[in-house]
Write a protein that binds this ligand. Structure first.
Ligand code: ADP
Ligand code: MG
Length: 695
């Protein structure tokens, strides 16, 4: 007898249990080997797997299959093909071959490719990623795939991410070998905490800005914000609770280990966190979760907003990337009691610290987007400056290592800085610093700059590669050291690495006014907008770095640069156009009506000798404000046209970031200031008060 949840868990996934049950033993063994160790599947084996997969999928009611992939922009893509094969006698059968399983050829010429396919080869194909299991979604068998060009260039986000896991696995194994360990597989683990908003679908449908851009481009401050702190962890309202229950059920059926759900700081904001998994699965699962959230919300009369900044005046949404490295299931960032393992822990810890310092620019670029620009540095999310928080205790250990001094903490015994006993110290590491972009949280790091609607492949690709680089350095330098000197030399490497990269460690308040100044003194980067981060993807050192680890070749880096630059310009263009459209077609007509009504009312009163002072004052304010809106819309339109005429994408983006956006902000202010004085019944779109509180 088992409960409903465990009975249903994973029933829509072609998981290991299903494979064991349905595949002939040798086929299962060969497939498991490829899943664990990598390599390619022989076509005979692929045919057997495809057959079993199809039979299973048909039993679950599937009629189609799709290669499911992660394009350079947007979330996921899929093209559905049916299993149907008509026969000459007028009947039909359902077929699915190994070739169809391992390789697909989407007519994908319209996917953003950053110029790659124009330069190389017109077509792209999708290739099965057997490390992430196939699943059923809405009567479609979805096969997670990588998307590459015929010459092998990655056209997606998954391929380079998978390559980064290969680099991490290789270099970590070299390091672990020096510690006398030979794990089968080293991989990164990820647990993404996903924030989102839920508002009423009826309100959403009345806001062109939310529909077109996913965020409000106008809206005056609500009378109440998040200051009472009543929403965070507060009771979940019934509609949302129903949504969350259904979401859990659907995710569990798909083998997604959703576990925590709660309200977030802002009104209407919520969070979902799963139990962490191998990163490639965790990322696929996060993308699927985002998709399910949207679908299920609409069944409850709700709309799920995943934009980083749907509303001004209250917090935006992020996605915390909890990340660690695991060797055959053992967490390498978990401090332990034995001196050798502590030394090993310190090597990995120092590698992460050095990696983040060395590649601040790429990490920052990996989370840069038009949406996330509204959060980072806005005193609600981490600042745009990357730094690492270690907590007081670990920081004291690191300090002692750098200074060569004795370590003392919270009345614990002094330890000589050979290798400190870390487990005790870190197990009760309950430090919580919410302002840090990159925090050590006891046995993992938490990268908090990621945007709520982003694909976590990019930041994890950078992180894995950057850590692989440090591990490579350790393995290169320590490889030839005699056994008896190893511990001392390894510790010396740790100390050197920590002191070289000490500047990235910051345990203070990231929102303080002093921090940017201090960070500048330390030589840390402060790249404020997406446009400012683009140059990092043209930097020859960065191109060489990705190339060295086989993660991205120069053409692939360039493609990502182009795709990112174009995407940013396109998004702001749409926002600018939506603003002009709303100003002219929604707000101005209403303001004309309202001023007209007001003027008539004043005239009527004056005709009987009444002085309508407050109405007159208001009328003047409205007339002036209306002109400001009209002029503001003209200005945004003209500047947007100027931006569009710039051919170089980076130049265009910088113009958008530093010239067009401030003007858009001014137009917003002009409209918002009138929203505060116009009669409630006149205003053409739901207000913040309504959207965030009348739920
Ligand atoms: P928070 O205090 O930020 O809410 P939690 O302890 O609730 O942090 O964990 C947040 C996420 O971190 C969860 O998804 C959890 O599964 C994940 N996590 C825990 N351990 C690891 C690990 N070793 N690697 C990656 N993610 C992890
Ligand atoms: Mg967190």
């Amino acid at each position: 007898m088992s409960d409903k949840v465990t009975q249903e868990y994973g029933t829509l996934v072609f998981n290991d249990a299903v494979m064991q049950e349905r595949l002939p033993r040798p086929t299962y063994k060969e497939l498991s080997r490829v899943i664990k160790e990598g390599g390619t599947l022989h076509l005979d084996i692929a045919n057997e797997v495809a057959h079993a997969m199809k039979e299973w999928a048909l039993e679950q009611g599937a009629t189609h299959y799709a290669h499911w992939f992660q394009p350079l922009t947007g979330i996921t893509s899929e093209k559905h093909d049916s299993f149907l094969t008509p026969k000459s006698d007028g009947t039909a059968m359902m077929t699915f071959s190994g070739k169809e399983l391992v390789q697909g050829e989407p007519d994908a010429s319209s996917f953003p490719n950053g110029g790659l396919r124009a330069t190389f080869e017109a077509r792209g194909y999708t290739a099965w990623d057997p490390t992430s299991p196939a699943f059923i979604k809405d009567e479609v068998l979805c096969i997670p795939t990588a998307f590459v060009s015929y010459t092998g260039e990655a056209l997606d986000k998954k391929t380079p991410f998978l390559r980064s896991t290969v680099a991490l696995d290789r270099e970590a194994k070299r390091v672990l070998a020096l510690f006398g360990k030979n794990p089968k597989k080293v991989e990164c683990t990820v647990g993404p905490e996903q924030e989102y908003f839920l508002i009423r679908e009826k309100d959403f449908a009345k806001r062109p800005d939310l529909i077109m851009c996913g965020r409000t481009l106008f809206g005056c401050e609500p009378v109440k914000g998040q200051e009472l702190e009543e929403h965070y962890f507060g009771a979940i309202r019934p509609t949302v609770n129903e949504f969350m229950k259904e979401l859990d059920d659907e995710l569990w059926k798909r083998g997604i280990p959703a576990t925590t759900k709660h309200n977030e700081v802002a009104p209407c904001q919520h969070e979902l966190a799963p139990v962490f998994e191998t990163a490639s699965r965790a990322i696929d699962h996060n993308l699927l979760t985002m998709e399910e959230m949207k679908i299920i919300a609409s069944r409850h009369g709700l709309t799920c907003l995943q934009h980083e900044k749907p509303f001004d005046y209250v917090n935006g949404s992020g996605k915390h990337d909890n990340w660690s490295i695991s060797a055959d299931g053992k967490n390498l960032l978990d401090p332990s009691d034995t001196p050798e393992e502590n030394l090993q822990f310190l090597v990995f810890l120092a590698s992460v610290i050095a990696a983040v310092d060395e590649h601040q620019d790429l990490l920052r670029a990996s989370v840069a987007s038009a949406g996330n620009d509204h959060r980072l540095g806005a005193n609600e999310a981490p600042p745009a400056i990357i730094s690492i928080f270690l907590g007081d205790d670990l920081n004291a250990v690191v300090r002692a290592l750098i200074d060569g001094s004795d370590f003392q903490s919270h009345g614990r015994e002094t330890m000589d800085v050979g290798v400190p006993q870390l487990a005790d110290i870190l197990r009760d590491n309950t430090d919580r610093n919410r302002t840090s972009p990159f925090a050590f949280t006891g046995n993992k790091f938490e990268f908090r700059m990621c945007g709520s609607q982003q694909n976590l492949s990019d930041p994890n690709m950078v992180l894995n590669t950057a850590v692989a680089e440090q591990l490579e350095d350790f393995a290169d330098k320590l490889g030839a050291v005699d056994d008896e000197d190893f511990a001392a030399e390894a510790l010396a490497w740790v100390k050197r690495t920590l002191s070289d990269h000490e500047r990235i460690i910051f345990n203070g308040n990231g929102y303080s006014d002093e921090w940017p100044l201090e960070a500048e003194k330390r030589g840390l980067l402060n790249l404020k907008t997406t446009a400012d981060t683009l140059a990092t993807l043209r930097d020859p050192e960065n191109i060489a770095f990705f190339g060295h680890f086989g993660v991205l070749d120069p053409a692939e880096v360039s493609a990502r640069y182009v795709a990112k630059a174009e995407q940013y310009g396109k998004l702001i263009n749409i926002e600018a156009r939506t603003m002009v459209y709303m100003a002219r077609h929604w707000y101005l007509p209403v303001l004309f009506d309202y001023t007209n009504d007001l003027a008539t009312s004043i005239a009527t009163k004056q005709s009987v000798g009444v002085v309508a002072k407050s109405e007159k004052d208001l009328l003047q304010r409205l007339v002036d404000g209306t002109d400001a809106i009209s002029e503001g819309a003209d200005k945004v339109e003209a500047l947007n046209a100027e931006a569009q005429s710039l051919e170089d994408p980076e130049e265009q983006d910088l113009f958008y970031a530093h010239t067009v956006l401030p003007e858009m902000e001014a137009l917003r202010k002009a409209v918002d200031s009138l929203e505060q004085v116009v009669g409630h019944d006149y205003w053409p779109v739901p207000s913040y008060n309504r959207m965030l509180f009348y739920v």
